[in-house]
Design a protein around this ligand. Structure first.
Ligand SMILES: Cc1ncc(C[n+]2csc(CCOP(=O)(O)OP(=O)(O)O)c2C)c(N)n1
Ligand SMILES: [Mg+2]
Length: 379
């Protein structure tokens, strides 16, 4: 589970930065798009796809694959980058597997162009590997609840003792906007009621939306809301901390009674001078000078401006190993429903809102689920 050695850590960083670079270059080349959230979410997407998602790039419609839903459809470039870097193969409208890649580097170069396999927002049955069309905020997470219900239905009907044909998980990546939409609240409530433990939502809490800071319109305590829905809520205080992300995904896998919400604190436009943590990083190209400056300040980024390169993956020859191919032995065995809730590694408190973080974060910018008076001492 841990990054084994220095070389692996370097490869991991290279892979994550390649996802970032592809996102930045694609948006820059198109002259429109959303670079900030892909830059921040690259480590989250990478950790999930590389270390947890059971997905076969050579068979993108394998029935028991884990589903990944990019509910924040505007931040589409990491999904395209992952489909490209994993070498995922396309299927045709008849669902026959073709030998060709679902997303080529040229497709990424033509991001947001007419007929491109990389439209601004992901489209189901247009780009193989995209599990559902997203863009309208909240729609993806709501759809993910249906997918999780379908998974449980299939398991109930077709699994036999010792023969788990269906045990797939559903992951959905959502932003502030998705969590603001009413449809996500209704769907989350149903998921809690049905105890969909095969469902994991990852909430990119960057506290920025299209207009500016979320304080303008959104001040509720999301973690507490989800606890009241009956969800297992965990938190990662730094979107760049892949070990803590892995731990949070592990917490999800070990949970057999409730759906899981992982709140990830992130910085939109991470690493981009004058753009990070601003709505300026949300929905417009960074601009050539910022791209250059970002690469200079963050040397591991091999950024070049769009005019000189839109082929960063090829130029760094990234060796991103393929996403985990599901095999019966590697699959999690779903246990019967149990009632023991998870506890915080730092303070051992049951349902501590900071569970999964390296340290308890009472000073977190997001309000904690417990009022200070009732919070466990170490939180
Ligand atoms: C239902 C709906 N309303 C409005 C929009 C337009 N829109 C696209 S992105 C966005 C802001 C989303 O904010 P957030 O989810 O926090 O994304 P971030 O800025 O962090 O990338 C809005 C309002 C939309 N896509 N769907
Ligand atoms: Mg946001």
């Amino acid at each position: 589970m841990k990054v084994a050695n220095e070389r692996d850590a370097e490869l991991e960083k290279l892979a994550i930065d390649t996802i970032r670079t592809l996102a930045i270059d694609a948006v820059q080349a198109a002259g429109s798009g959303h670079p900030g959230t892909p830059m921040a979410m690259a480590p989250v997407a990478y950790t999930l796809w590389q270390r947890f998602l059971r997905f076969d790039p050579s068979d993108s419609i394998w029935p028991n694959r884990d589903r990944f839903v990019l509910s924040m459809g505007h931040a589409s470039t990491p999904l395209y980058a992952l489909l490209h870097l994993t070498g995922t193969k396309a299927v045709n409208p008849a669902y026959e597997t073709l030998g060709e890649p679902t997303v080529s580097l040229d497709d990424l170069r033509r991001f947001r162009q007419l007929d491109s396999k990389c439209p601004g927002h992901p489209e189901y049955r247009w780009t193989s590997g995209v599990e559902t069309t997203t863009g309208p905020l909240g729609q993806g997470v709501a759809t993910s609840v249906g997918m999780a219900i379908a998974g449980q239905w299939l398991a109930a009907h077709f699994n036999r003792p010792g023969y788990d044909l269906f045990d797939y998980d559903v992951y959905a990546l959502a932003g502030d906007g998705c969590l603001m939409e009413g449809v996500s609240s209704e769907a989350a409530s149903l998921a809690g009621h049905l105890r969909l433990s095969n469902l994991c939502w990852i909430y990119d809490s960057n506290r920025i939306t299209i207009e500016g800071h979320t304080e303008l319109a959104f001040s509720e305590d999301v973690a507490t809301r989800f606890m009241s829905y009956g969800w297992n809520v965990t938190r990662v205080g730094d979107a760049n901390d892949t070990e803590m992300l892995a731990r949070a995904f592990g917490t999800f896998r070990d949970e057999h009674d409730r759906p899981t919400l992982i709140v990830v604190d992130s910085h939109i436009g991470w690493g981009a001078p004058n753009k990070q943590d601003t709505s300026g990083a949300h929905g417009e190209p960074l601009g050539e000078s910022v791209v250059r400056e970002t690469g200079r300040r963050t040397p591991s980024f091999s950024f070049r401006t769009a005019s000189t390169s839109t082929s960063s993956a090829a130029s760094v020859r990234v060796g991103v190993p393929h996403a985990t191919t599901g095999s019966p032995s590697s699959r999690r065995t779903r246990q019967p429903i149990r009632s023991s809730p998870s506890s915080c590694a730092a303070c051992s408190a049951v349902s501590c809102p900071t569970v999964g973080t390296r340290t308890c974060r009472s000073s977190s910018p997001m309000r904690t689920a417990f009022p200070a008076a009732t919070r466990p001492a170490k939180c």
